[in-house]
Design a protein around this ligand. Structure first.
Ligand code: ZN
Length: 185
């Protein structure tokens, strides 16, 4: 038998502990701990920072993942998720533009009426000056409120129209690239 080939004291021998010098052990220890640290850090380090331009938050597992990856590490289809997010964003954008356009139209209506209010102040003095043989300065002073009202309505009109035009231009130029740029802002 195998056991019989060795004397009794050999069989009772405990396995010898391999001893390295203290420096070697310290070195091995540091390498081992460094490896352990790497193993702990690697899964986190491979994930992109949440909120980064090139990251996406997986809807299935909640982890951030690289946008370039079609699938998350949990198996969720990320490209499908980003396409869905884009469609929702585009729909919201259209709705927002409709609200701005409706709001602008609602504000512009009274302004047009206000412009009509200014007309008597402008036309009145002109008629008086035309009919009267000696037009006075006070006749033309009536132009001042007329021009003030008209100027105010023109400025307000421009401001509202610009807001609507900006929204319209953004909607027209909005595409998938725009969405990728603004989605984390
Ligand atoms: Zn995931």
């Amino acid at each position: 038998m195998f056991d019989d080939e060795f004397p009794e004291e050999v069989r009772r021998l405990k396995p010898r502990k391999v001893r390295f010098s203290r420096d070697v052990e310290r070195l091995l220890g540091s390498v081992r701990s460094a490896r352990t640290d790497d193993a702990k850090r690697t899964p986190q380090a491979l994930r992109p920072e949440p909120g980064c331009q090139n990251s996406i938050c997986c809807a299935a597992c909640g982890q951030s993942e690289y946008l370039s990856r079609p699938y998350c590490r949990c198996g969720h289809y990320l490209h499908g998720q980003i396409e869905d997010e884009y469609l929702v964003w585009e729909r919201d954008l259209r709705e927002m533009h409709e609200i701005i356009a409706r709001d602008a139209e609602r504000k512009l209506k009274p302004l047009r009426w206000l412009a009509l209010v200014a007309m008597p102040f402008l036309i009145g003095p002109m008629l008086i000056a035309f009919l009267s043989t000696t037009p006075s300065v006070t006749t033309f002073l009536w132009w001042l409120p007329g021009f003030a009202i008209l100027g105010g309505t023109v400025l307000a009109d421009k401001f509202i129209a610009r807001h609507k035009a900006e929204s319209s231009a953004f909607l027209e130029n909005a595409n998938f690239e725009t969405f990728l740029l603004v989605r984390n802002v």
